[in-house]
Design a binder for this molecule. Structure first.
Ligand code: ATP
Ligand code: MG
Length: 415
């Protein structure tokens, strides 16, 4: 039987990788303009890191992690998200000792054992960014503006920004208790997952997609009405900064993130075009995470966006690059000349293809079409003698006589 990839793990074929590179390059540009530097951390960490950061009662830790025992009897986990590993590295290398303000971004594969469907896979890719060391709401607003700018630069107007505040360890317990008594009266209407989560993570019910839970929580108390004055002021300032920079957003007081470490500002970029996979990017503040992982008391805020979902939104627009020139040849002597020309042109930045197999002229021209070459040229005995050839612009068939030199051809194709 032929071997196939593991279920939920995808190959990104060259047809599609142009789109991925475009997303990654746009993110690098926007993030670096904002002063972020790339950090590359391992894709596998000790299991304990994720249990301690994401939280034992979250879907990710309860049922989605790829956890193994390695040959040395250590429990290791393929990272389900990026922030925990980045913060582990931040603490381990004492990055805060030089400067508690670090602006870091990362990109790469993440792993969650979920039911694969469009926009949801078991290996997926995220691009994320984090700022540590700033309590001021200005950092929240900069991160949100950076995210908004990224979507603008990439040419997507549709995902919209939703924000919320989840409060802090001072005000959230009281809100949780209020919500719990509200839910207790509606227990019968909740799904099995939410019944189970009632004790450990009742806020998740606000975010549950099951229709019964949505209607049961329609009149639920809002977290925004239960913030302490510190959190309330912080959230007002975030909104004021967003208004100052004319960033559009809406407030969604039902937004709950699936990771325990969030405090205060949380946000999502939401699209209506991907069914229930509506979040293309998500994040929030995590003021307690670094100390929880054994580091100093330093706040942080960040987000992660899903590459697969962004690629889906970009649709079928062709990002593959095409050859500038296809060189067809008539015989062996001409192939030597074509090979040397191709080599010289590639070294000076022109993308050239030629026939590899000594095929007929007709099939060479078919290949030039298939590769969508911008120009083609046929080199035969006459061209060798005269040192020049007729180059065909493939879009309209226009012929231009040009000398067979690197400089002459570069000028013709406009590179
Ligand atoms: P969802 O509610 O869709 O499960 P999430 O809250 O689990 O998302 P996060 O953990 O916040 O998502 O991850 C940030 C982003 O990563 C998501 O907005 C989404 O674009 C992407 N993402 C998360 N899980 C997957 C997955 N299994 N496959 C593809 N992309 C994913
Ligand atoms: Mg999820």
């Amino acid at each position: 039987m032929a071997l196939t990839a593991v279920k939920g793990f995808n190959d990104i074929l060259p047809d599609e990788s142009g789109r991925w590179q475009y997303i990654e390059e746009t993110a690098r540009q926007v993030f670096e303009l904002n002063g972020f530097g790339e950090i590359r951390v391992p894709i596998m960490e000790k299991t304990e890191l994720f249990c301690r950061s994401i939280g034992d009662a979250t879907d990710i830790v309860e049922k989605e992690m790829y956890t193994f025992t390695d040959k040395g009897e250590n429990s290791v986990t393929l990272r389900p998200e990026g922030t925990a590993g980045v913060m582990r590295a931040f603490i381990e290398h004492k990055l805060y000792a030089q400067d508690p303000i670090a602006k870091l971004y990362y990109m790469g594969p993440m792993f969650r054992y979920e039911r694969p469907q469009k926009g949801r896979y078991r290996q997926f890719h995220q691009i994320g960014a984090e700022i540590t060391g700033v309590n001021d709401p200005l950092a929240d607003a900069q991160v949100l503006n950076m995210l908004t700018t990224f979507f603008h630069e990439i040419g997507l107007t549709e995902p919209t920004l939703q924000i919320n505040s989840l409060g802090c360890p001072e005000c959230r317990p009281a809100y949780r208790a209020t919500l719990r008594s509200f839910l207790e009266e509606r227990m019968g209407q909740l799904c099995e997952d939410c019944k189970r989560r009632f004790a450990t993570n009742p806020l998740r019910t606000l975010d549950c997609k099951v229709p019964g839970c949505i209607s049961a929580t329609a009149g639920a108390p809002s977290v925004l009405e239960h913030l302490c004055s510190g959190c309330d002021d912080h959230f007002s300032s975030v909104r004021r900064y967003l208004d100052l920079s004319s960033t559009t957003y809406s407030i969604n007081s039902r937004m709950v993130r699936g990771l325990d470490y969030y405090t205060r500002t949380t946000f999502e970029m939401v699209t209506g075009l991907l069914g229930s996979q509506s979040a293309v990017a998500a994040g929030g503040r995590y003021d307690g995470l670094i100390s929880q992982l054994g580091g100093p008391t330093i706040p942080g805020i960040g987000f992660a966006m899903g590459l697969e979902r962004i690629a889906l939104l970009l649709g079928t627009k062709d990002f593959a690059s095409q050859p500038d020139l296809f060189i067809a040849t008539m015989g062996e002597g001409e192939r030597d000349i074509a090979f040397c020309l191709m080599d010289g042109l590639i070294k000076s930045g022109v993308r050239v293809e030629m026939d590899y197999e000594g095929k007929s002229l007709k099939s060479q021209m078919r290949r030039a079409d298939k590769l969508k070459a911008r120009y083609s040229v046929v080199i035969g005995g006459n061209e060798l003698l005269s040192g020049s050839a007729s180059f065909k612009r493939m879009s309209d068939g226009l012929l231009t006589e040009t000398v067979l030199t690197v400089a002459g051809i570069k000028a013709l194709v406009g590179i």
